[in-house]
Design a protein around this ligand. Structure first.
Ligand SMILES: [Zn+2]
Ligand SMILES: [Zn+2]
Length: 227
């Protein structure tokens, strides 16, 4: 991994933009393909949803490039050693982003920003996987900025960062599946009970007054907005 990172430093800028764009497109394709496999009945997406999805991919590419540029210019530091810190760093990233995104999401819902920005994502009352990318540009850049700001605070381990990014996409997919893949007996197990399941985010789309969390339901339970 350290050699892959330093390899990127020697590539021309245009190649980097292309690699980061392809990376985002592959992630999107994997989300849509996995959603199709899990749901069985195929989803149908409108031309408008596809257009917004492409725009989100372009904006996520800009966020990825910005992160690379910040790392290259020593604004973001990344640890590359293999140690127990990978687990600790992952947990910090997971819980910190969960809290930051909860605050961001809650504010968006309780202010003029809902109508101006977030309503677009909520046009889908029965979400499907593409809705993970049906976001207002301000939202995409907002989430991306929170992520990059968090990375500037501490030299997180690269393996923790990659694991977090994979987990983030998995939670995004699960929340917009439109079905609950977890049997009740598993979703009621300790720890898992506090994770953001498919039903948890689906209920947020059904009733916007509840479930503002993403990866966990901790903050909603504390603020009595859990459903
Ligand atoms: Zn919302
Ligand atoms: Zn959603």
């Amino acid at each position: 991994m350290p050699s892959a990172l330093s390899y990127l430093l020697h590539l021309p800028v245009l190649s980097l933009w292309l690699i980061f764009f392809l990376e985002n497109v592959i992630i999107t394709a994997m989300v849509l393909f996995s959603g199709r496999l899990l749901h069985k009945a195929p989803y149908t997406y409108t031309a408008r949803e596809w257009r917004i999805c492409i725009l989100t991919n372009i904006l996520n590419t800009i966020v990825t490039y910005a992160g690379f540029w910040m790392w290259k210019n020593s604004i973001i530091h990344i640890a590359t050693n293999i140690s127990w810190m990978i687990v600790i760093d992952f947990l910090i990233l997971f819980l910190a982003m969960d809290l930051l995104m909860f605050i961001f999401h809650y504010i968006i819902h309780k202010t003029f920003l809902f109508k101006a920005v977030h309503q677009l994502h909520h046009q889908s009352i029965d979400p499907s996987p593409i809705d993970l990318f049906v976001l207002h540009p301000i939202e995409t850049i907002g989430f991306g900025s929170l992520w990059l700001i968090l990375l500037t605070l501490y030299p997180f381990n690269i393996y923790a960062i990659i694991t977090y990014l994979v987990v983030n996409v998995v939670f995004g997919l699960i929340g917009h599946l439109g079905i609950e893949p977890l049997p009740g007996r598993i979703s009621n197990l300790p720890v898992i009970k506090y994770l953001g399941t498919s039903t948890f985010h689906h209920n947020h789309h059904q009733d916007v007054k509840y479930n503002f969390g993403f990866y966990t339901s901790i903050w909603d339970r504390l603020l009595k907005t859990y459903k």
